[in-house]
Design a binder for this molecule. Structure first.
Ligand code: FPP
Length: 244
């Protein structure tokens, strides 16, 4: 039984997306370098993955590096790439043990060859796990994803009447992954930042001022409890939803 149901929570979202923001401000408050914040962010991600498994979340999508993040200072970009490579090396065995299946959302253009190999190998090594599907949005952008989908549909010779919402979904990196029910953004920013732009159309959003490195298991529990108390209407009225 999920740990959350013991605390009367019976509506755990199937798919949670997280915009892990605030690493830089977390370090600024402590007089540290920005990379120390990203390192603390990776440590926290580890804890949040474990908590997600315990809470019974089936899909967790984390925004690790956006198509826009290439514009950051070179040293920071290089540092983030190195951190991801190290995290895969260090954590793969434990993730496998926990039954975590790693998937990559995004494209590999511009990504260093050694990291491409690490990501591809990690995806392959965990492909049969099904306790938690961990989607790592890395070199990902919602607009970029949409452009690629349209290009592929044209390449495949689809006719206008064949272009439906379901068909578009099948051309996205998230093909075969249910839409997110809940998207969490840490550090108090009210922006979507090109994250799961199509898929999050009807997601519930939870914005917290807590910086990502401090967003631990108890903060995740709070977000899930908050979600459990919401009514999802998908454009309908409250009466309709209650009557259904
Ligand atoms: C946003 O904080 C965070 C990122 C751009 C990177 C998120 C990555 C991790 C938590 C580590 C896991 C991923 C990899 C690639 C190893 P920010 O730097 O924008 O914070 P700020 O807005 O306070 O400056």
């Amino acid at each position: 039984m999920s740990e959350l149901s013991e605390t009367t929570l019976d509506k755990v979202p199937v798919h949670v997306g997280i915009i892990m923001d605030g690493n830089g401000r977390w370090t600024a408050e402590r007089g540290l370098q920005r990379l120390a914040g990203h390192r603390a962010g990776v440590e926290n991600l580890r804890a949040i993955i474990r908590a997600s498994v315990e809470f019974g979340i089936k899909y967790l999508t984390v925004y690790a590096f956006s198509t826009e993040n290439w514009g950051r200072p070179r040293a920071e970009v290089r540092g983030l790439m190195r951190l991801l490579a190290e995290a895969i090396e260090k954590e793969l065995a434990e993730l496998n043990e926990q039954g975590v299946c790693i998937r990559h959302l995004g494209h590999m253009e511009g990504v260093p060859g050694n990291l491409v190999k690490k990501i591809t190998d990690a995806v392959e090594a965990t492909k049969d796990n099904d306790r938690l599907i961990l989607n790592v949005a890395f070199n990902y952008g919602g607009r970029d994803e949409m452009v690629r989908a349209i290009q592929s549909m044209i390449r495949d010779g689809l006719q206008p009447k064949e272009i439906t919402e379901e068909r578009i979904s099948q051309y996205l990196f998230t093909k075969d992954i249910p839409d997110p029910d809940l998207v969490i953004r840490t550090s108090g920013e009210f922006r979507t930042s090109n994250f799961l732009m199509w898929q999050a159309a009807y997601a519930e959003w939870y914005i917290t001022p807590v910086y990502w490195p401090s967003f631990g298991k108890e903060e995740l529990r709070k977000a899930l409890l908050n979600y459990a108390n919401r009514e999802r209407r998908f454009g309908k009225t409250s009466d309709q939803v209650k009557g259904s």
